[in-house]
Write a protein that binds this ligand. Structure first.
Ligand SMILES: CC(C)(COP(=O)(O)OP(=O)(O)OC[C@H]1O[C@@H](n2cnc3c(N)ncnc32)[C@H](O)[C@@H]1OP(=O)(O)O)[C@@H](O)C(=O)NCCC(=O)NCCS
Length: 283
């Protein structure tokens, strides 16, 4: 297991992009890494771990929060028990310093071998999440909001709506710039949605993993003072439409099942779910 340097980030992000597949469970996406890059390239590199076999990266771990490691695994390595044991051993030993005593969660939505190894070692089910997706083969209905793609002149507005949608958010203009400087953001866009009064009421960032691969919404929010008027659905449709223009095969998102408003909003915008998933919780 190794920790990449900032110079490795484009390679790691491109590798994770190449693993995105329609029909396979949602796993760590370049968009997750790109959104984290708002904390800077050093922080993102420090949050990543790589596992390689014969010089080829086969798994990437992403410390999204202090107690959570999110996994991405190469499609051809999903059933490989050797890799799964190696990764699980590292969780117990080398990752001791990363997942301190107490609560520790591993998100391993793809990779039957790792899932089995964690289950055999007594890791249990954590709170349920709802993954959702919308196929983008057909055109997406237009949004009822006026949509602007965020360029330098709209960054402050983008940040303002984010903070109004996610109380406690630490997003800022500087953080937006760090995110926009990142490798993943080359295939991303921030959108703002304006209501009929011309007020910016909703915002999102959408991320492509390259042509004909699933894209991801991370994040999407409606200003706390403007909810319940269809803006969430409208912003989600705008996000899906933007991803279609960017060449994504489908739009994906995952939200804690307890966020019933978000699940209902994505479903109202034509997203469907294959069912809930749970992360693994250390015994
Ligand atoms: C989730 C969120 C975007 C919804 O925005 P919104 O503008 O209130 O949503 P809409 O008015 O478009 O409602 C869309 C659907 O969700 C339903 N809905 C909205 N809020 C709901 C709630 N609190 N409980 C249950 N259903 C709810 C609506 O009834 C509607 O469903 P319908 O079309 O079947 O009637 C907004 O609550 C938000 O920004 N939350 C904080 C950020 C967040 O959690 N983002 C999502 C995860 S990244």
């Amino acid at each position: 297991m190794t920790t990449p340097s900032t110079a490795d980030l484009p390679r790691v992000i491109d590798t994770v992009a190449s693993w995105q597949r329609d029909g396979a469970p949602v796993q760590v996406h370049p968009g997750d890494l790109g959104w984290y890059q708002r904390f800077g390239a050093e922080a993102l590199a420090g949050a990543l771990r790589e596992w390689a076999r014969d010089g080829e990266t086969v798994a990437v771990g992403f410390l999204d929060e202090s107690e959570l490691i999110r996994m991405a695994i190469a499609p051809e390595a999903g059933g490989d028990e050797g890799i799964a044991h190696h990764v699980a051993d590292d969780f117990v030993e080398a990752l001791g310093e990363l997942l301190p005593p107490g609560r520790a969660i591993v998100e391993a939505r793809f990779g039957t071998a790792l899932q089995q190894v964690l289950t055999d070692r007594g890791w249990g089910a954590d709170d349920p999440w709802t993954p959702l997706h919308r196929d983008l083969a057909q055109p997406v209905p237009p949004s009822t909001l006026r949509i602007e793609v965020v360029g330098p002149g709209l960054v402050q507005e983008r940040v303002r709506v984010e903070v109004a949608a996610f109380p406690g958010s630490s997003f800022s203009v500087d953080r937006w710039r760090q995110m926009a400087d990142g490798h993943a953001y080359r295939h991303a866009a921030c959108l703002l949605g304006y209501d009929e009064q011309g007020v910016a009421v909703a915002a999102t960032t959408v991320w492509s993993a390259g042509r004909d691969r699933p894209g991801v919404i991370e994040p999407l929010g409606v200003h706390g003072g403007h909810r319940g008027r269809g803006h969430g659905r409208a912003m989600t449709l705008a996000a899906a439409g933007q991803m279609r223009r960017m060449g994504c095969s489908s739009a994906r998102v995952a939200t804690p099942s307890s966020n019933t408003a978000a699940v209902a909003t994505y479903q109202a915008a034509g997203f469907v779910t294959p069912g809930e998933v749970t992360d693994f919780c250390r015994p």
